[in-house]
Design a protein. Structure first.
Length: 407
């Protein structure tokens, strides 16, 4: 417990690094504009002498997707902007550190062969959190990245679930087995920040303090498998993986986008629909994995951080995950996506569309290998794959959680 408090103090201290400017967001967040050379990335031992790369290669071939895009804003941008030469960092509040005190006791056993989904269908562990997922994936080739459009919603979190959260994102994955994988992912999240990511789950959740929909990124260089794929950093997230800018590793270059900041507006049932675009890719001319949000480059992960994402990824994943902190096998009413089942379709169910992968020719293309879908609790949260001219490969996904068929 003492080490947790020390780690909390460290992150609080590092999140307030002599800002050039501070901006108060309408949602209560404070965004500090930090000099780009003073960002957390350069605390990493591997990046002590790193030269910031401001330009990416512009030779990616992409088929233009025809669709109307409604503007999405981060709320803090309504009250100002960070000057050039700085990056916006959401200030961490003391209230963000609401750690779970109990360690999840998980059954041990022989590891299965590497395959998706990585989480076997076993009975819930008594008094532990459970995780429901609905996602699509490909894993038969070498991939240099992925791009997708994600429908933006504000799912409701179960009022009685202190560990509840819901996220939707895309990820690139590399590694030989479930025991050791590397991953990079990004998307949107509501609820607990540190409770889980698209690919792995944590024993020490942290809460944002509200139920706003927020932009997130996550990366890890080591996963340890027991009941689920868990991320168990051995050094306070300093080198083994992290959300957003809570630790060193990700190099931000944009002065416009704040990781962890809230997104607005969100989609309305039977009403206006809003989307975000996420693109994660390996630059063939640089040893970097870049992150792009809404066609704006945010920054990159140097490949030196990874063991199995040095040259390419071996799998791509898109979808949603809900954490349920009730335990004892009880289902929660925490929603995934829009909170409605995929069969309801457009303006009602959430979706991913224009699923693309970056191939060896540096071209964004529709996956030509089989897209597999999986939902571990289909009566709670589902997924429905499709294809058409405008949306290419797409899927509707999500659900309400607890309902008569998911008691």
């Amino acid at each position: 417990m003492a080490s947790q408090k020390l780690e909390g103090k460290r992150i609080l201290s590092e999140s307030r690094r002599n800002p050039v400017k501070s901006i108060k967001s309408p949602d209560g967040d404070i965004i500090d504009c930090i000099h780009i050379a003073h960002q957390p990335a350069f605390d990493h031992l591997l990046l002590k002498n790193h030269t910031i790369q401001m330009k990416k290669s512009d030779n990616i071939v992409e088929k233009q997707v025809k669709h109307h895009t409604r503007p999405i804003a981060q709320l803090w941008q309504l009250n100002g902007k960070c000057p050039k030469g700085t990056i916006p960092i959401r200030r961490t509040k003391k209230g963000d550190f609401l750690r779970a005190r109990s360690i999840l006791r998980l059954p041990t056993g022989r590891l299965p062969r590497f395959r998706f989904p990585w989480r076997p269908r076993t009975a819930p562990v008594k008094n532990s959190a459970t995780y429901e997922y609905a996602y699509a994936f490909v894993q038969s080739k070498e991939y240099l990245g992925t791009k997708a459009t994600i429908n933006l919603w504000q799912p409701q979190i179960d009022d009685e679930d202190q560990g509840g959260s819901s996220l939707s994102g895309v990820g690139v994955v590399g590694g030989p087995s479930t025991r050791e994988l590397n991953s990079i992912e990004a998307g949107w999240i509501v609820g607990f920040l540190y409770n889980h990511s698209l690919i792995c789950f944590f024993v020490n959740p942290e809460r944002f303090g509200d139920n706003r929909t927020r932009l997130y990124t996550y990366w890890t260089v080591k996963l340890f498998y027991k009941k689920y794929v868990f991320c168990l950093p051995s050094d306070g997230y300093r080198s083994t993986g992290c959300y957003n800018l809570f630790c060193s590793g990700f190099v931000q270059t944009s002065n416009e986008i704040a990781l962890g900041a809230s997104l607005s507006p969100t989609s309305v049932y039977n009403g206006s629909q809003y989307n975000i675009s996420i693109f994660i890719w390996k630059d063939p001319n640089q040893t970097l994995w870049w992150l792009q949000y809404q066609n704006k480059t945010i920054g990159y992960w140097p490949t030196s951080l990874f063991k199995y994402l040095v040259h390419n990824a071996s799998a791509i994943i898109w979808g949603g995950v809900v954490s349920n902190g009730k335990g004892d096998g009880l289902n929660s009413t925490t929603q995934m996506g829009s909170g409605h089942f995929p069969e309801e379709g457009y303006q009602r169910a959430s979706y991913f569309r224009n699923l693309q992968i970056l191939n060896g020719s540096n071209t964004l293309v529709t996956p030509d290998d089989m897209i597999t879908t999986v939902a571990n609790q289909p009566n709670c949260y589902g997924i429905l794959l499709g294809n058409n001219t405008d949306w290419g490969d797409y899927f509707y996904y999500g659900g309400p959680g607890k309902n008569p068929k998911c008691p």
